[in-house]
Design a protein around this ligand. Structure first.
Ligand SMILES: Cc1cc2nc3c(=O)[nH]c(=O)nc-3n(C[C@H](O)[C@H](O)[C@H](O)COP(=O)(O)OP(=O)(O)OC[C@H]3O[C@@H](n4cnc5c(N)ncnc54)[C@H](O)[C@@H]3O)c2cc1C
Length: 427
């Protein structure tokens, strides 16, 4: 059994762990990152469908509104290292970025791998060592201080300070399988129950399924809980073999999951023509039906809906596709109007944690000092990234939280180490 030691030991080489390592090393500490997979940043490499939505260009106050459960917790981390500093740093690492719709920031190369490699390079140049295939199984504590960690293969590594950056419990194939919760709990931390956030939703019946693969752009989806509107979002969505997915559905899913857990009734309502209010759309329908009276209903629908949705619409509004436009009654036109502005799906479940883009819940932030990311329970222990009970909408917010908390945890642990003792030896 090999015994080693370092100033700061980081568990997990995801975005939070990598940036924590680079920053701690820049502040003068010796740093080892332990990563259980055979390469660092597996999840980061698949973010944004391989393009990596690094952050969002929103201003701080707007940015914070995208977080739950307590956005204020992130303020000190964001004041220390926010989107502009991140993008400047990436630019210096030869990863120029571009802002897209909704303030979403991507690398110009459109490659998440480039972001991962840049972070690894930054750490390496600052002297960080990354050990892969190194799965931490235990934290060793004595006299109220963290002393070392034990790996699955029995190896022990001493450290003055440990940062847990093990991520959540979604997409476990990337390495984030909830180990951090178990480690944190073993030293007395409270774990807020975890549940999926940003997760596809299951629909009752077969209507959504019959449009599997159809993606819609520029639509508004609203979430209704017990017949009251809770939230809405504008953008892109997709019908799948189980129901609804895509960015705007994922954004609404957090509140939907909570409501489903409470056994409340949940509906998603699609407005397929958000640019037109009901009166304007009705006027347009009247004009279409009058001008093209001899055409069949299906021809009218071609100008209004994607092909895959046409038979579905005819079914829902109960108008034969062959019916001449001139014979469509006022009641039928109102049914069509309802379909276009208020296409409703009853939600009866959601996909599991494994398929969630992020995990809600985690290490309770009440037990973490937001100014340093230090544990309030155990000296020398720090947390960063998704392992904490913070989660956000889609749009680059989750990665920024991982980067900002990682930076702060790395910097604070290095300063704490420098203030508290001399280095105890090098790996
Ligand atoms: C498909 C998908 C797409 C996404 N796209 C985006 C996006 O475009 N923009 C955005 O903002 N967010 C996106 N996210 C969310 C974002 O990827 C995460 O919030 C972010 O990766 C969290 O970073 P982290 O460093 O905290 O954890 P992770 O990235 O999960 O990294 C944790 C690391 O810890 C390691 N680890 C775990 N346990 C141990 C252990 N016991 N010992 C050693 N190592 C361990 C893991 O192997 C892993 O490498 C996406 C998520 C998914 C699943």
């Amino acid at each position: 059994m090999k015994q080693s030691s370092t100033d700061i030991l980081i568990i997990g080489a995801g975005p939070a762990g990598l940036i924590a390592g680079a920053r701690a090393a820049e502040c003068g500490a010796t740093v080892v990152i332990l990563e259980k997979m055979d390469q660092p940043a597996m999840k980061l490499r698949i973010t944004g469908k391989g393009r990596c939505n690094i952050t969002n260009s929103a201003e701080m106050e707007d940015f914070l509104t995208h977080f739950s459960p307590n956005p204020r917790f992130l303020k000190p981390a964001f004041y220390t290292f926010f989107n502009t500093q991140l993008l400047e740093k990436l630019e210096r690492l030869n990863v120029p970025t571009v802002v897209e719709r909704g303030g979403r920031v991507f690398p110009v190369s459109q490659s998440a791998k480039d972001v991962a490699e840049a972070l690894i390079k930054w750490g390496r140049e600052s002297g960080v060592k990354v050990w892969t295939n190194a799965c931490v199984s235990e934290l060793v504590v004595s006299d109220g201080e963290i002393r070392s960690v034990t790996l699955k293969d029995g190896q022990t590594i001493e450290a003055k300070s440990v940062i847990i950056a093990t991520g959540g419990v979604s997409y476990p194939g990337t390495g984030s399988s909830g180990d951090g919760y178990r480690l944190a709990k073993s030293v007395g931390h409270t774990i807020t129950p975890v549940r999926p956030a940003l997760v596809p939703l299951l629909t009752e019946g077969t209507v959504a399924q019959s449009m599997q693969g159809l993606s819609l752009k520029n639509v508004t989806a609203s979430l209704w809980v017990d017949e009251k509107k809770q939230a809405d979002d504008f953008g892109e969505m997709i019908f799948t073999h189980f129901g609804l997915s895509g960015p705007i559905i994922l954004t609404l899913s957090r509140k939907a999951v909570i409501a489903l857990d409470k056994r409340q009734s949940v509906e998603i309502c699609l407005d397929l023509k958000p640019a037109l209010d009901e009166t304007k759309l009705d006027t347009r329908l009247i004009r279409e039906l009058n001008t093209h009276g001899k055409q069949q209903f299906k021809s009218i629908l071609k100008g209004l809906l994607p092909q895959k949705m046409i038979p579905v619409c005819a079914d829902v509004v109960e108008i034969s596709l062959d019916k001449p436009a001139s014979q469509i009654s006022g009641v039928e036109r109102k049914a069509l109007l309802r379909f276009l502005k208020n296409f409703r799906f009853t939600i009866n479940g959601h996909r599991g944690l494994k398929e969630a883009i992020v995990t809600a819940g985690g290490v309770s932030i009440k037990e973490i000092d937001s100014k340093t990311m230090a544990s309030k329970l155990l000296q020398g222990l720090y947390f960063a990234g998704e392992v904490l009970d913070i989660d956000a909408d889609t749009g680059g917010y989750n990665l920024q939280a991982a980067f900002s908390t990682g930076w702060l945890a790395g910097q604070s642990s290095a300063h704490w180490f420098a203030a508290s003792s001399d280095s105890i030896g090098k790996v």
